[in-house]
Design a binder for this molecule. Structure first.
Ligand code: FAD
Ligand code: MLT
Ligand code: ZN
Length: 461
């Protein structure tokens, strides 16, 4: 059946809205990546789990590939529809369903944004700890499908740690209600956990029950400048042994000229690398301990300069320097890597990565930044305006192999938190064995026997 007749058939078979106007196809057929040309068949906007089940039954019958789509902030092409897939947008499934203060459990539809969950928690004097600068648009369904990490993983872990229940429809159109909010449930394999991080390839998440926690106590930030990143290991150890650490981030000086283009305040210090350390600090004694640690690092010339936030306003300002990085460089076409090793390996690992980047990308503006407290580095290479897109991407993909060989030599991962999607597919074997990939494909065939859910994602062709 050709496209128009499929759409006619679809409109007859499902109750929810079906759209195929150019503008909607263009915007709903992609995510934050810019490598692929969006080319979806149509976009459907289900409003209930039954709507989703109807769409999946139709897709199995007509053998139409589906792309589940959340906030479309993904950075690995997981929500891209470039081969006439039907995009299933969760935008209209955005209701808060239930909240139980005793259990600290909030049940929401998949299309509720990360920000809305954080706001709801805060209004009830609680805290949802997964924080990423895309939170205004990213949806909890997408966060679960990518097992999103963010800025506070070092203290609170990843999205996976906060999901206590899922209601979803598998690729075989089975409705599953998994774990139902239980803290303890030792009754066989944890199927809920299988769907977390599955990038829309096993099922479409319709509802999530998330756990909330108490708000962090009063915190402060140290923004430190260092000339040699290898000191970050000692600084991490000292702060981790003395305080509750909320975040331990880093970025290279090459980020600052971009951050300054969108930040309200001028970046205050200068050197090759910056560490942003967020700690709980509630007593006079703790404040004295912060200052003595700072002075010790300063006197030993481990750090060259630094700022300690004095109030809530400055705390937010210092965070904004780190949070603004991705947005500030989005005016360029950027080629991104999102790699991880164990935190203790970071100092040596960064040096190895920098050797590759300087050797192979001498003329490119390259920014290194990310969550080094949990071993995660982001590399953003900015396409020079005069460079042809295809040529730029070819050079970046060429260098990938050097970067991933180094990642593999550390036993690290080629995708720390953004998922594999389409962009990292060709490199999966640097991190996963052929046996693991075979077993993952077997698992997919159990839940999606006709391979209609996000085919062409995760698995190398
Ligand atoms: P989408 O991009 O819409 O989709 C992502 C994947 O999930 C796709 O494979 C899609 O098919 C699938 N999917 C979406 N909804 C569902 C559903 N209901 N059921 C099943 N599958 C579904 N990520 C981090 O981990 N940490 C960060 O710090 C971080 N910072 C970011 C900062 C910026 C400025 C941007 C643009 C992105 C950032 N990201 C970060 C990446 C992105 O925000 C996350 O991957 C996020 O979880 C994606 O959510 P989304 O709703 O936008 O998903
Ligand atoms: C971040 O930590 O800011 C994100 O993961 C975004 C990115 O890698 O660009
Ligand atoms: Zn990140």
């Amino acid at each position: 059946m050709d496209g128009p007749s499929l759409i006619r058939e679809l409109k007859k078979s499902v109750t929810c809205t079906v759209t195929d106007d150019e503008t909607t196809l263009e915007s709903y057929g992609t995510d934050w990546t810019s490598e692929y040309i969006p080319n979806p068949l149509a976009i459907v906007f289900p409003e209930s789990i039954d709507d989703i089940r109807e769409i999946i039954i139709f897709a199995n019958k007509q053998n139409i590939p589906l792309v589940p789509s959340g906030g479309r902030t993904g950075l690995s092409g997981g929500a891209v529809a470039s081969s006439s897939e039907l995009v299933v947008s969760l935008d209209r499934m955005n209701k808060i369903i239930d909240f139980n203060e005793t259990d600290r459990l909030l049940t929401v539809e998949a299309g509720v944004t990360t920000q809305e969950i954080q706001d709801f928690a805060s209004e009830h004097n609680l805290y949802y700890p997964i924080d990423l600068s895309s939170k205004g648009s990213s949806q909890i369904g997408g966060n679960i499908a990518t097992n999103a990490g963010g800025l506070h993983v070092i203290r609170y872990g990843l999205t996976r740690n906060w999901i206590k229940g899922l209601r979803l429809v598998t690729g075989n159109a089975d409705i599953l209600d998994l774990n139902r909010g239980l803290t303890k449930n030792a009754t066989g394999y944890d199927l809920k956990d299988l769907f977390i991080g599955s990038e829309g390839t096993l099922g479409i998440i319709c509802e999530a029950t998330v756990e909330l926690t108490e708000k962090p106590k009063d915190s402060l930030i140290l923004l430190l400048s260092v000339s040699d990143i290898s000191v970050s290991g000692e600084i991490l150890k000292s702060f981790r042994n003395s305080f509750v650490l909320n975040a331990f981030e880093f970025f290279t000086d090459s980020a600052v000229k971009h951050i300054d283009t969108i930040s309200k305040t001028k970046f205050p210090i200068k050197n090759s690398y910056y560490l942003l350390i967020d700690i709980e600090c509630t007593t006079e004694d703790e404040l004295l301990k912060v200052e003595s640690l700072y002075n010790d690092f300063n006197n030993r010339a481990i750090i060259s300069d630094g700022v300690i936030s004095q109030n809530a306003k400055q705390y937010k300002e210092l965070w904004s320097f780190r949070e603004n990085i991705t947005e500030s460089i989005s005016v360029y076409l950027t080629y991104k890597n999102d790699i991880s090793v164990k935190p203790s390996q970071i100092p040596l690992f960064i040096k190895d990565i920098e050797t590759i980047l300087t050797r192979d990308y001498p003329d490119f503006d390259t920014i290194l930044f990310g969550h080094i407290g949990d071993g995660n580095i982001h590399i953003s290479i900015l396409k020079p305006h005069e460079f042809d897109k295809a040529e730029f991407l070819n050079i970046c993909k060429e260098v990938n192999n050097h970067i991933y060989r180094t990642v593999a030599s550390y036993g690290g991962s080629i995708s720390a938190e953004h998922g594999v999607g389409m962009i990292k597919r060709p490199y999966l074997m640097y991190t996963r064995t052929s046996k693991e990939i075979e077993l993952m494909k077997d698992i997919k065939s159990v839940f999606d026997k006709n391979n209609i859910l996000n085919p062409g994602k995760i698995f190398p062709s």
